[in-house]
Design a protein around this ligand. Structure first.
Ligand code: SER
Length: 370
């Protein structure tokens, strides 16, 4: 395990007896980590912390060395595996953790090539982090708030006719995932609910509700800043980034393929909003969120409008197509609207004109200038 401390840290290096109060982010180097760390820092700087502590340290774990711009956002960073018990024991000893954002996972396409490894990382890692949260709660006497990004991959529509007829799917329907990743996310949701409400039910020294577990079933997420890797919804972002970079793109699903998407700022906003909501308002532990649901052809048309030279062809891959066909067209997010005020900020058009195009054009202009 490698660890580094940011010299600009708000907190002294945790070497003494006293443990440093901290927010832990796993998988911090992934797509969501970027945006989430900025939001957590902004909340801390404006003194309106997401958690109870006004100035918790931000500590990050990732399997790879974190990029300098991510390290800058953290007080302490660790290169290590969420399956490494020694690393988690060390974090338990060093920090008094108030919140965990457990983002580390293998995505759906990658998981289909190594399902057992995916299970170890996605379920084993989640179990380890939930256990760390429960041990933390026991040691400092306060519930640990836990965020788990779940996915539309937990749904499994049996065929296209059912998918078209189903309309907006609510949280309790069609939870029969076709992918290992979907199975893992559904298991993670159940484990979280268990640690929150039922953990060590029969133990005499039981600490009630050690973990305050909150989860969002995200659709495909599109970021202007980063490229996804290993996901099945990647065709959306890949199409846009390829056109902006002047590369041709072979889309791996049919033009009529339709699943929900949202922009990265919407995903971060949803995460922070859910984590700030008082527990008493939350009637569920897992929520759908919904923004826009374009077909792959809708995407391609907007990309061609923005980048008239874009060369996009459709070359469906039957396996990845079958995954997309098993995911819903839209999700019913009425519970999220009701309980924590979720509201999408972008239509597909606005996502392009207000967020993606201005940022992506700048990004590739910078790249080609160097
Ligand atoms: N975007 C994820 C994937 O494609 C689904 O949550 O794996």
């Amino acid at each position: 395990m490698l660890s580094t401390s940011n010299s600009n840290a708000h907190h002294a290096s945790p070497t003494g007896q006293q443990r440093t109060t901290a927010i832990l982010v796993t998988g911090a180097g992934g797509e969501m980590g970027h945006g989430l760390l900025s939001a957590l820092n902004a909340a801390r700087t404006s003194n309106s912390s997401v958690g109870d502590d006004a100035h918790p340290a931000i500590i990050a774990v990732d399997i790879r060395e974190l990029a300098p711009e991510i390290r800058e956002q953290c007080d302490h960073t660790y290169v290590g595996d969420v399956c490494d018990h020694a690393l988690l024991e060390r974090l338990l000893a060093m920090y008094e953790i108030s919140e965990i954002y457990h983002l580390a996972a293998l995505l759906s396409t990658r998981s289909e090539f190594a399902p057992e490894t995916a299970h170890q990382v996605n379920v084993g890692g989640t179990l380890n982090l939930l256990h760390l949260a429960a041990e933390q709660a026991r040691s400092h006497g306060r519930t640990v708030r836990f965020f788990f990004p779940s996915s539309i991959a937990v749904y499994g529509l049996p065929d296209l006719a059912t998918k078209h007829a189903a309309g907006a799917i609510s949280e309790g329907k069609f939870c029969d995932p076709h992918t290992m990743y979907g199975c893992n996310k559904l298991t993670g949701e159940h484990l979280g609910r268990y640690y929150d409400h039922h953990y060590r039910k029969l133990a005499k020294d039981r600490f009630e509700n050690p973990v305050d577990f909150r989860s969002i079933r995200f659709p495909g997420i599109i970021s202007a800043e980063t490229m996804p890797s290993g996901g099945t919804s990647d065709y959306g972002p890949e199409m846009i980034h390829a056109a902006a970079a002047g590369r041709e793109y072979h889309c791996f699903v049919r033009p009529d393929s339709r699943i929900p998407f949202m922009t990265m700022p919407e995903a971060i906003d949803a995460t922070v909003r859910l984590m700030r909501t008082p527990k008493k308002n939350l009637k569920r532990s897992v929520y759908n969120v919904s923004s826009f649901s374009p077909s792959a052809e809708d995407f391609a048309s907007l990309v061609r409008q923005a980048f008239p030279k874009a060369a996009i062809t459709f070359q469906p891959d039957l396996g990845r197509q079958s995954i997309i066909d098993s995911w819903p067209e839209t999700c019913d997010d009425s519970a999220a609207r009701r309980d924590w005020g979720w509201n999408a900020t972008h239509t597909l058009q606005a996502a392009f004109s207000q967020y993606l195009l201005p940022r992506i054009a700048g990004r590739y202009a910078k790249t080609s200038a160097h």
